[in-house]
Ligand binder design. Sequence first.
Ligand code: ACM
Length: 529
Amino acid sequence: MSGRWVVGRGSWVVVALTLAGCEHHPDPALAYAGVIPRLVSAASGTGRFTLTGSTVVVASPGSEAAADVARYLAATFGAATGFALPPGPDSAASTIVLALGGAPALGNEGYDLTVTERGVRIEAPAAAGLFYGVQTLRQLLPPAIERPERQRARWTIATGVIRDYPRYAWRGAMLDVSRHFFGVADVKRFIDLLAAYKLNVLQLHLSDDQGWRIEIASWPRLTELGGLTAVGGGPGGFYTQAQYREIVEYARRRYITVIPEIDLPGHTNAALVAYPELNCNGKVPAPYTGIETGISSLCTRRPVVMQFVADVIRELAAITPGPFIHIGGDEADVTLPRDYVAFIDSVQRIVRAQGKTMIGWEEIASAPIDPGTVVQHWRSADLAVTGASKGAHILMSPSPHVYLDMKYDSATVLGQNWAGYIDVDTAYAWDPVTRIPALGADQVLGIVAPLWTETVSTMKEAEYLLFPRLAAIAEVAWSPADAREWNEFSERLGRHGARMSAMGIGFYRSPRIPWRDAPSHTQPASAGP
Ligand code: ACM
């Protein structure tokens, strides 16, 4: 299939402009060229398919996973269209077909999408591909499809063919729920935003100096005391294990793996407040609500500390179906280096005994890590290379490009700037393979973009830092490197603004982007850390 856009003419534009109150595509064929992350290949024709109240969804028979994608589709498109989009027969006059099968070369997450005048067909070797096909279909429809209440619009899509699959299998974002706590509804919103851009990993930073956020039944004061605080003295909070399971299940239905992170042995003041026997001097430290790092450590040589770590990891592993446990390991500045190395080695044994693979920030590369361990690069190319030399897989979270807590520029109210200012072009115009030349392409697993929350305490604030950078980073993770070009992306993002607005995202209106829509929001003010 050629990667060139075949743009139809058609007279649809006249219809769209006469419908009140809806954003519109000037020409639905242009939607194929507008999708973020950019499609591997697509060609649109001059025919039209219109979704109506009589469209039915045909899922592969016998597949619960395909049926679940069909239910997700009906729920996602139902709000704005008011259509039921029920299951129905292949013989119906208007269909969206979700078919398992097709080209095995598309892999676990790839799909083919075909639009004819009778309907849409998404075909994929695995159900994840059907799900990503649905995400693409969302963007082929007018932006009004994103609105939470019923719209007056014509749901017209140009005919065409798409073949699409990801570059990286690991496409993630991290949410720090420790510096400020974000409740279950906020995390679900975060998951929905990841899913819309075909991201598939949610790293939850569940503990830090400022708060412990996950119930551990065998150490109850972690949340009873350690969960009470947040940056700036806010109210804190935590997830019960039942709530955590609810988050994991919500993510699973959206093909997102949750990776829980408990930060050890530094970043542990909240745990030390709850259990001072984990502290070398045995004293209760003051709760910490500032934003410095490198201020705390577990007393790694104490047997009670290893018992604590074993209990936490056992309970976490039991409620985490995914294969990974993240143990932090960063900025253990007040742990002696030899204690740190021995501690990481012991923690790795504990994680392995639970049948999980350990992930840690790049500092863990100084310890004797197993081949296959995942090392998350954020600052030091040398540590990433050391990790790779020990057989680790490298996750790319280079702070100057993907730290979503950095300000966009000097005028950004929220955020920090220790890794620099990150406007959308800086988040977009880098490559995971060339970033650290000494790493082999096959040693890079993918990308995770962290949102540390020292300066943000609401989803509105979080979304301002997330978007549009997260959309840019999703494209770095999904789309072929040779298909990415900043000027083309900036035009595409400019046309995408109306869609983000319809999604309710109060995004940063970067001056580097030729936005095509009218501004509908302003920068959130900061409550300050
Ligand atoms: C980090 O930013 N301390 C991983």
